[in-house]
Write a protein that binds this ligand. Structure first.
Ligand code: HAM
Length: 449
């Protein structure tokens, strides 16, 4: 085999046909559940002004500080230098779109969802890529614990549709409003005075820039010190406590099990009140399959009216990993129904049309219209695991017949050429014909991405 000159960049991967089957299955579940719950699809650009992410996600978060894919020095039409960044997530862009398109005029809440690639220049490792797919749900414009619960309910449905819900645990916390967090951060700083030297380097920096991040530190030394640190729950207002209690009640009504986790803070600055993650039940915090929470101050940060919001994003690659681990088999619709083999110039021309007509009728049809011998074409039909083969040799072309071979049964018969299509359609059965695209052009499933 020749050595490739180029490979995928580190932290990226090709989504090969085998994995696309999983991807399509997940997207279908997401779209289906989104439509059921009245969510509408939105696509935002893959890159935005860097400031959106700095402001929204927070300048001192890992995502912005270390992981932004930035494109600097590009000039816009007015000659102004702009800094752009590939989106590391959807929420900031969707909130920008909500304001830019005056969605506050629409009936509230506005419920949107997105599916697509995100980019984080992180150190690649298992389950952590530089380009990955997220599906994202946002409910903007209304605040109520029941909305947080409804959102979580939709996600559990998606996870259950793709058969991985039993592998996950919902971790949930309330991190309070901005004021209580400020007071808590001040108390944390006080508590840590004099203990800095016991922190590993990475957490000493966090203590300076974003002390809340210490709460979910993976460093053993930090976790030990944290055991006697003040807790966020001591600083929650009665309102936040009530909000959280009502949310937990709603989850119970919806029959959704959860684990309260007072150390869960999440790595993005825009969160207020509810935060939650779906963890791998056996691995814990590592490689969460998804996470989200409330962001009641974010739209104001972008220049909008004070507008509450709550949302969630799931990592598609991590979901696929779980599906494979759980042995979930997804339907493979890429099978070949008919292979068309031919010999001679007349037969070849006739087969060109025959293949097109079969395909148009919803039959998955392949035909290698080259010059290969009939024997090697039959070999190909075998390799593609075609159910039937139609063989049109010189003789049959002259006689107006065609050979229909049942590949599994190893039996064949010569039939009139005109009867070939109706006969194949009958054998495959109406319900198995792939007229998907034709139906979908009229239906809501048309959008395949
Ligand atoms: P996040 O927790 O940063 O939240 O990302 C959500 C999910 O995306 C993660 O749980 C993980 O499954 C997946 N993910 C993140 N980074 C990577 C990576 N480098 N490689 C593979 N998968 C990854 C957000 O993005 C928020 N915007 C969620 C949200 C929506 N909050 C409110 N609304």
């Amino acid at each position: 085999m020749s050595q490739p000159l180029f490979r995928t960049p580190k932290g990226t991967h090709d989504v090969l046909p085998e994995d696309h089957q999983y991807m399509t299955y997940i997207k279908k579940a997401v779209r289906h559940r989104a439509r059921q719950a009245g969510f509408k699809r939105i696509d935002t650009p893959m890159f935005e002004e860097r400031g959106i992410f700095e402001r929204g996600i927070g300048a001192h978060t890992d995502i912005v500080e270390k992981e932004l894919f930035t494109v600097s020095g590009k000039r816009d039409e007015e000659g102004k230098e702009r800094e752009y960044a590939l989106r590391p997530e959807f929420t900031a862009g969707i909130c920008r779109a909500y304001i830019e398109h005056g969605m506050q005029q629409l009936p509230q809440p506005v419920e949107l969802y997105a599916i697509g690639q995100c980019f984080r220049y992180d150190r690649p490792q298992k389950g952590r890529y530089r380009q990955f797919h997220q599906f994202d749900f946002e409910i903007i414009g209304l605040k109520d614990p029941s909305l947080d619960a409804q959102l979580i309910h939709i996600l559990t449905k998606v996870f259950s549709d793709i058969r991985i819900l039993s592998r996950l645990t919902l971790q949930i916390n309330n991190i309070g409003a901005a004021e209580s967090r400020k007071a808590y951060v001040a108390a944390l700083r006080d508590f840590f005075i004099g203990k800095e030297s016991r922190f590993p380097e990475i957490d000493r920096i966090r203590l300076e820039s974003n002390p809340l991040r210490l709460l979910d530190s993976k460093e053993e030394d930090t976790r030990l010190i944290l055991k006697s640190a003040p807790t966020l729950s001591q600083f929650l207002s009665d309102e936040s406590k009530q909000y959280h209690a009502t949310l937990l009640e709603c989850l119970t009504i919806l029959n959704i099990p959860y684990t309260e986790n007072t150390l869960l803070v999440r790595g993005l600055d825009y969160y207020t009140q509810t935060v939650f993650e779906f963890w791998d039940s056996s691995l814990g915090a590592q490689n969460a399959v998804g996470g989200g929470g409330r962001y009641d101050g974010l739209l104001e940060l972008f220049g909008g009216q004070p507008t509450p919001g709550v949302g969630f994003a799931g990592g598609v690659e991590r979901m696929i990993w779980h599906m494979k681990e759980a042995g979930v088999r997804v339907p493979n619709k890429d099978h070949i129904d008919v292979f068309v083999a031919q010999l001679g110039p007349d037969a070849k021309k006739q087969c060109l049309l025959l293949i097109a007509e079969l395909q148009e009728n919803g039959v998955h049809t392949l035909g290698a219209l080259g010059e290969a011998s009939l024997k090697s074409q039959m070999g190909l039909a075998d390799k593609f695991e075609a159910r039937y083969t139609l063989v049109l040799g010189k003789l049959e072309a002259k006689k107006g017949t065609i050979i229909l071979r049942d590949m599994k049964a190893g039996k064949q018969k010569e039939i009139q050429y005109e009867t070939a299509i109706p006969e194949v359609l009958r054998l495959i059965g109406k319900s198995k014909l792939d007229t998907y695209v034709i139906k979908d052009q009229m239906g809501p499933e048309f959008d395949e991405d």
